[in-house]
Design a protein around this ligand. Sequence first.
Ligand code: ADP
Ligand code: MG
Length: 245
Amino acid sequence: MSAPAPREVVVDIRDVRRIYETGDIVFEALRGVSVQIMRGEMVALMGPSGSGKTTLMQIIGLLDRPSSGTYVLGGRDVTTLTENERAAARNTDIGFVFQAFHLLPRLSLVENVEVPLTYAGVPPRERRERALHVLARVGLDSKARNLPSQISGGQKQRVAIARALAGSPTLLLADEPTGNLDTRTSEEVMAFFGELHREGTTVVLVTHEQDIGAYAERVVRVRDGVIESDTRQTPRMAAPLRVTG
Ligand code: ADP
Ligand code: MG
């Protein structure tokens, strides 16, 4: 029998600080954070409002850069990349899901899912095929030509998840993904993240809700810009996603 493959570090953050300067006010939102996330993990970043969760998530997602410290993503030091290189890395490596969905209102659902593929330079026909395929995964292929205004909040978040998955990212990042959803719909969305995790996707989720954090196998607690604790738990398993396309 061969030994199990060593687990690969996807996110390697060391002593990261993030200082915001607004006029005369200097505020240190992250005060020396180190965290490693392995391929295939599902991690919840938790902590009270204002603790630095979104700041850390934006650094992980290459939407922001640390004031100091290092970030190695998938073995590559991304601290020193140019803006263009960071945008390219974001496109190929990272899928984002936000609290407010951020769907484009004038585009159909399938066109919304295609947006990141367009930026990635995927040709139109392949783009459409891939977008329809991921829409089917979230149970919404029958609504591909609908507009976002014609579907429910839970369905919008599923479209946003499809859009995040379309480029087959290394890392799926979600910042308060259930913040605008009712309990039952939140459970559906979390069940889906759990399913993706069990298939091998690396998922990092920001939440301040205990019930939502319970779906992760690891909880990293942030408080006042530092990591307060980092613990493993048995994740809550939800009923399988009941497709309500
Ligand atoms: P969380 O997501 O945990 O609620 P954030 O990362 O959004 O926390 O914010 C952490 C702290 O940094 C808060 O005190 C917030 O006011 C401050 N902050 C966040 N973004 C900025 C910014 N662009 N300019 C100045 N301060 C900011
Ligand atoms: Mg936040």
